[in-house]
Design a binder for this molecule. Structure first.
Ligand SMILES: [Zn+2]
Length: 84
């Protein structure tokens, strides 16, 4: 009988632990993703695409003429065409 009560208590403890673990990281994850918005996670500089207004990390951005950075070659071409 005592063992049965012990098992029940252990089960409740595990349940509380799982409930605590599953709710805490999701809150931290949310805060983390919101913090990452203004700056890239690797400290990479963000550059604005003048064509579509999207911010792209400098390392992955496409460098066009006039020193502008674009999110894609399509945007670079479209910007170049709109300027001509
Ligand atoms: Zn773009």
């Amino acid at each position: 009988m005592l063992k049965w009560i012990f098992n029940l208590a252990l089960l409740y403890l595990v349940y509380r632990l799982i409930k605590g673990f599953s709710s805490k990281p999701s809150v931290e994850e949310k805060a983390g993703t919101e913090k990452q918005k203004p700056t890239a996670k690797s400290g990479d500089e963000l550059v604005e695409d003048p064509q579509c207004g999207v911010y792209t990390p400098k390392s992955t951005a496409i460098k066009g003429a006039n020193g502008h950075y674009f999110c894609s070659t399509e945007c670079a071409e479209a910007y170049k065409n709109s300027k001509e």
